[in-house]
Design a protein around this ligand. Structure first.
Ligand code: N2P
Length: 384
């Protein structure tokens, strides 16, 4: 192999964390590089990995400690939640073959993990479900010292209530669950969950296939918390959901975008980012945070217990945290980035909610034992 090729390979290894910086210097010198050119290479490498403000943890915390990188990585994520080349670029750079499976709700993902032997290396749960995954040992603590790009994250998304010591999660994207509607079909601006109870839009309405969101929206419409466990409030919410159901074409989440684009559906309970994705093909689409309020959420990357490819999983997390990778991700998904360094290189960033908006937004929390009541109500609504 030519010297140039060897140097190139060594740089690649350093970028992947396959060699420590100290080892890199000594091997580069052996290859005949001058000290100053080694310095330049090191500097460039640091920039590429986007290590900012992480206290220089990259210096001697090589991923190599996690063993050699595996040949495979199995990702399990929400649908329509990644940029087109995020996986392909990772495969190319790391020489890892990625399998990418998707789900439509937290509950679908958790059921799969609970069924055991999923083989997944990364899952992307919403905050409220994380404590459940921890309590049932379905995910395991991350090796934080290997996540050297963690300093790129905005402090707004660190030490969140569902993971107070940042032990299990690294944020992926954040967003809100409000109402998407066709501005060319609806002449009066939509601003309330009441619209799902309006018979004149019957069969042009959909709500998400997600009990937490559907019951939560009805609770907010009635002036309650979307995390309520009060039996009387829940009984009213159930009746309200059954009332709205008569007008709904379906309970459907991300896949509703095609129907909003075609005009088969005019008004949907939906996430802001998925609405933004649909807007790329259908300009007559607006998204609103209803006046009664709605969910704000943040989804994170976690490593399931017994994940077979731990080194590759940590490499993936670190890769996603690079500024340019994070920027491409949010530009494609239309969601907010928790990555401050990524936001710094984006043309347009989803702004964090204003004080005023935050008053109407609520994070879902783990319902503890009351989850059984919620599940029961959701089953009754769906079969009504
Ligand atoms: C993207 C799904 C958003 C995830 N299609 C909601 N937590």
């Amino acid at each position: 192999m030519s010297k140039r090729k060897e140097v190139k390979q060594l740089v690649k290894q350093l970028e992947r964390g396959g060699v420590s910086r100290r080892e890199f210097v000594s091997r580069a010198l052996t290859l005949g590089l001058s000290l100053s050119s080694v310095g330049v290479l090191l500097g460039a490498c640091k920039d590429k990995r986007g290590t900012v403000g992480s206290g220089g943890e990259t210096a001697d915390g090589p991923m190599a400690e996690l063993g050699p990188i595996e040949k495979k990585l199995h990702l399990y994520n929400w649908s329509d939640y990644i940029a087109e080349d995020t996986v392909a670029n990772f495969e190319k750079e790391f020489g890892v073959e990625v399998t990418y499976d998707t789900y439509e709700s937290n509950e679908e993902m958790v059921a799969k993990l609970q069924a055991g032997a999923s083989g997944y290396d990364i899952v992307v749960p919403t905050g409220y479900i994380t404590p459940v995954l921890v309590a049932t040992s379905l995910i395991e603590p991350l090796s934080k010292k290997h996540i050297t790009n963690g300093g790129n994250l905005s402090p707004l998304f660190r030490k969140l209530p569902f993971d107070p010591d940042d032990e299990y999660t690294v944020p992926w994207q954040w967003g809100t669950t409000g109402i998407a509607y066709r501005t060319d079909k609806i002449k009066i601006p939509v601003d309330s969950w009441n619209v799902f109870h309006d018979g004149k839009y019957a069969n042009k309405l959909t709500m998400m296939d997600d009990g937490r969101e559907v019951i939560g929206a009805e609770l907010r419409r009635r002036g309650h918390s979307l995390n309520s466990t009060d039996p009387a409030e829940l009984a009213q919410a159930k009746a309200g959901c059954i009332d709205a159901k008569q007008n709904l074409k379906a309970y459907i989440s991300a896949p509703v975008k095609a129907q909003l684009i075609s005009g088969d559906v005019w008004i949907s309970q939906l996430w802001d980012g998925d609405t933004a994705q649909a807007r790329k093909e259908q300009t007559h689409l607006a998204f609103v945070i209803p006046k009664e309020g709605c969910t704000i959420w943040s989804d994170s990357m976690c490593i399931p217990r017994n994940a077979p490819n731990k080194r590759a999983a940590h490499e993936w997390i670190n890769y996603i945290l690079r500024p340019e990778v994070g920027a491409a991700l949010s530009e494609a998904t239309g969601y907010g980035t928790p990555n401050a360094a990524a936001a710094g290189v984006m043309k347009e960033v989803v702004p964090y909610p204003t004080e005023d908006q935050l008053k109407r937004l609520e994070y879902q929390v783990d319902l503890g034992r009351d989850i059984a009541t919620w599940d029961q109500i959701w089953t009754e609504i769906k079969s009504a």
